[in-house]
Design a protein around this ligand. Structure first.
Ligand SMILES: [Zn+2]
Length: 69
């Protein structure tokens, strides 16, 4: 029986057999640093009260906008 060593990306939980590719996967993920802005809809459109759009600042300064599905 042969024991195999695997590596798990701590960010996306993907399992790799190759340590270098796993390290690349972890370094490739950008971490959110702050929320730049949120767009809320009035109670007549959205009674849940959650924002339908959020712009996030990432660790490299990039701004990415996410929309609620
Ligand atoms: Zn990953």
């Amino acid at each position: 029986m042969k024991q195999e060593l695997t590596y798990r990306c701590e960010i996306c939980n993907t399992v790799y057999n190759n340590k270098e590719i796993c390290e690349k996967c972890e370094k490739n993920h950008h971490m959110p640093r702050d929320i730049e802005s949120c767009r809320y809809r009035p109670i007549t459109c959205n009674q849940a009260g959650y924002p339908d759009r959020i712009t996030v600042v990432f660790d490299n300064g990039e701004l990415i906008t996410y929309k609620r599905g």
